[in-house]
Design a protein around this ligand. Structure first.
Ligand SMILES: *Cc1c(COP(=O)(O)O)cnc(C)c1O
Length: 394
């Protein structure tokens, strides 16, 4: 069984490119060129130089001594929270902005829900002096004012999506409409391992630097490049794809994907896609998504904006179906408690998304010699208001 994309863009039954005919030339151009670009020496050199000196890679692999004592295991944290802009998302936007440049594109479009991907995109557009247009639901623009301000300061134009529920899926529709209208000069920069082929594979490759580094660092620190377990949270699935990538074929490394259960998996207020979803088409690919009996997307809910997504990427749908990865989940409250705990015992304030990955430690039977790597996808600065509000409730 292969966990890598096949030549038609599928992971088992999942993936493909379900797109309007008018989009076909744009997607085909990318599909025909992305592997060549990623394999070229000029791309590899430029990507590495920027990851090292702009993003701050390699990020540390930190042995969390007190966390390990608390849970009776040997726990390492992969510190993606120390990346420039505060999360793993920049690995992908740096890679794709280079792909856009090599394709000769002058104008970058993106959609964003919470604004994190919008900020990561606006950042690399500023760096490369490219025009940046970010589509964002009108409701989200109101909810995420600090990120909107960041994008504007970085020089991006933020365009409100005013149809439907005025949230992420409406922003996605606007971005796709724009791309259809501007096929020549415009590049669509997608923020996770989602979208039509080749995006899921391209984004997974760009984020795979995470597991490449984990292998080297774990080997240097323990003498064995393979941990017993890798744990990562899943919104669309890009940080998990990056943390799992070089372990996909190593069966004795357990892969744990953690989804947001919101107020509880069956509360009606959740984003636990693998538990609640069914097979369908979302954002141009066949995957698992939360939908009603008419195939309409159900609005997901999570306290963490980055996990508040109604689907998972096709790679993850396949990892779930094939049981290569174990899917777990954590509620808002469990994630908050895990964040307070990490802050107190390790002096690290994690992003709320990453706190979901930490929260499953208390749900597992662990042994002292078990080596666990948790991908700390981002830092908690952006979540401070939420943390302060809920601390008062405690
Ligand atoms: C966006 C985000 C996520 C979720 O996105 P994935 O594509 O699933 O990785 C997770 N953690 C942080 C810190 C984020 O900003």
């Amino acid at each position: 069984m292969s966990f890598f994309v096949d030549k038609n863009g599928y992971y088992g039954q999942f993936g493909g490119a379900f797109i309007p005919e008018l989009l076909f030339p744009n997607v085909k151009e990318l599909e025909d060129n992305y592997l060549k670009i990623l394999a070229s020496d000029s791309f590899k050199n430029e990507f590495k130089e920027l990851l090292d000196n702009y993003v701050g890679r390699p990020t540390p692999l930190y042995f969390a001594k007190r966390l390990s004592e608390k849970y009776g295991a040997t726990i390492y944290l992969k510190r993606e929270d120390l990346c420039h802009t505060g999360a793993h998302k920049i690995n992908n936007t740096i890679g794709q902005i280079l792909v856009a440049k090599y394709l000769g594109k002058k104008r970058i479009i993106a959609e964003t829900g919470a604004g994190q991907h919008g900020v990561a995109t606006a950042t690399v557009c500023a760096l490369m002096d490219l025009e940046c247009i970010v589509f964002m639901g009108e409701v989200d623009i109101k909810r995420q004012a600090p990120n909107v301000a960041r994008m504007k300061m970085l020089g991006a134009t933020v365009v409100p999506a005013i149809s439907g529920s005025k949230t992420l899926k409406d922003a996605t529709n606007e971005a796709i409409r724009d791309w259809i209208g501007n096929p020549e000069d415009t590049y669509y920069l997608i923020g996770s391992v989602v979208g039509p082929h080749p995006y899921p594979d391209m984004v997974a490759r760009l984020q795979s630097i995470i597991s490449k580094e984990i292998k080297e660092q774990l080997l240097a620190q323990t003498g064995n490049e393979n941990p017993d377990m890798v744990i990562a949270c899943v919104g669309g699935g890009s940080n998990a794809a990056g943390a799992f990538y070089h372990y996909l074929d190593t069966k004795n490394v357990q892969l744990i994907a953690v989804e947001a259960a919101g107020l509880g998996v069956h509360s009606g207020q959740s984003a636990a896609t693998s538990q609640l979803g069914e097979v369908g088409v979302l954002h141009g690919s066949k995957t698992i998504l939360m939908q009603d009996e008419y195939g309409q997307v159900i609005e997901p809910y999570s306290i963490s904006a980055g996990l508040d997504y109604p689907g998972i990427g096709p790679l993850h749908a396949f990892l779930h179906e094939s049981e290569r990865a174990i899917f777990m989940n954590a509620t808002d409250k469990e994630a908050l408690n895990a964040a307070y705990e990490l802050t107190k015992i390790e002096g690290i304030i994690p992003a709320l998304e990453s706190a979901h990955a930490l929260a499953v430690l208390s749900k597992m039977k662990l042994t002292k010699d078990q080596v666990i790597v948790i991908n700390l996808s981002g830092r908690g600065d952006k979540d401070l208001e939420t943390y302060i509000t809920h601390l008062k409730d405690e």
